[in-house]
Design a protein around this ligand. Structure first.
Ligand SMILES: [Zn+2]
Length: 55
């Protein structure tokens, strides 16, 4: 039985691609998973600017 359930959640993979990358809006920040206005988002841990959020 070949179970190829590699269900790639695209929105999640976008998040995971961004997490750990440096912030575009400040020098020191790095992006981390968080919530923004109740939605899953990727926000900077320094300036808290959301880079991506899912609607
Ligand atoms: Zn920042």
């Amino acid at each position: 039985m070949s179970q190829s359930s590699t269900s790639v959640d695209t929105s999640r993979s976008v998040f995971e691609t961004l997490v750990g990358t440096s912030c575009h809006f400040c020098d020191d920040g790095r992006l981390a998973r968080d919530e923004y206005k109740g939605n899953d988002a990727v926000v900077c841990d320094a300036c808290e600017t959301p880079a991506v959020q899912s609607w």
